[in-house]
Design a protein around this ligand. Structure first.
Ligand code: SAM
Length: 251
């Protein structure tokens, strides 16, 4: 998969050289290119923003600068390759695990990181005529720019690419994974030592009884989902995925 990220803060994307994403890049599974939007500005101050039509606070990113950048970056890709334009914005559709899975099937993503009050709305409207455009929000919070959202989206997408995760079995079992057995959230996890600061690991996990372990995990998962994310229980999340709440459990 190829990913091009356009930003006024290229250094913000340096964590993409680390950890799982960095490894995927070095393995040739993921090809990331970061571009400085200001290289397409035309004045000597390399201006990318202007005041909003209609008045109001803040500045808006200019469509002419974004248009020049996006046209140039689209021309860099594989001949005939079809890119999807991803625009992070708090007013976009929620970026969720199923959406990450969909993105991981795309051969090429171009991510346009906004700043200030965002990007002139004509940019999304124009490119929608020539390529798929998705506006995504990474949560009901307002960030200072699209770079942190791009990091979230690239990492969530990259770990779903074949060959990236050490254990391919872990992604289908993660919280929110489509088709996951049990409720939406994964339950608590434990490792050695068996007793730490007086806290013990639940006996069932030491029992060697795989059926009992699976049942316990499903119950914990259902309980956690009900407590933490009641919005994920009910319509849209079939009742048969949510097991009864075990009040007596500690975890
Ligand atoms: N005035 C905008 C609004 O209220 O919708 C917020 C603009 S925000 C300060 C600047 C940029 O940060 C946005 O253009 C977008 O790129 C990014 N951003 C902020 N919050 C985001 C979120 N929850 N998800 C994705 N991108 C976000």
């Amino acid at each position: 998969m190829r990913v091009d990220i356009i930003t006024i803060f290229p250094d913000y994307l340096s964590p993409l050289e680390l950890s799982l994403v960095g490894k995927a890049r070095r393995a040739g599974i993921l090809d990331v290119h970061v571009h400085d939007l200001r290289s397409w500005a035309t004045d000597r101050h390399r201006t990318v923003d202007d005041s909003p039509y209609g008045g109001g606070p803040g500045m808006v990113m200019r469509p002419d600068v974004w248009g020049a950048a996006l046209d140039a970056v689209r021309a860099l890709g594989p001949v005939g390759g079809s890119a999807t334009l991803v625009i992070p914005t708090p007013s976009g559709r929620p970026f969720t695990q199923p959406r990450a899975q969909e993105l991981s099937a795309s051969p090429w993503l171009i991510i346009a990181c906004g700043r200030y009050e965002g990007i002139d709305a004509r940019v999304a409207a124009h490119y929608r005529e020539v390529m798929p455009v998705i506006e995504f929000s990474v949560g009901d919070v307002v960030l200072a720019g699209g770079e942190a959202a791009a990091l979230v989206m690239v990492e969530a997408t990259a770990r779903l690419l074949p060959g990236v995760l050490g254990n391919e079995a872990s992604a289908p079992d993660d919280s929110f994974a489509p088709g996951r057995s049990g409720a939406a959230l994964e339950g608590p996890v434990f490792t050695r030592p068996p007793v730490w600061r007086g806290l013990t690991v639940p006996d069932v996990l030491l029992s060697g009884d795989h059926g009992a372990v699976a049942r316990w995990r499903n119950e914990r998962s259902a309980d956690r989902t009900r407590r933490m994310r009641p919005d994920l229980v009910g319509p849209g999340y079939p009742d048969d995925k949510v097991l009864p709440l075990a009040e007596s459990e500690e975890w």
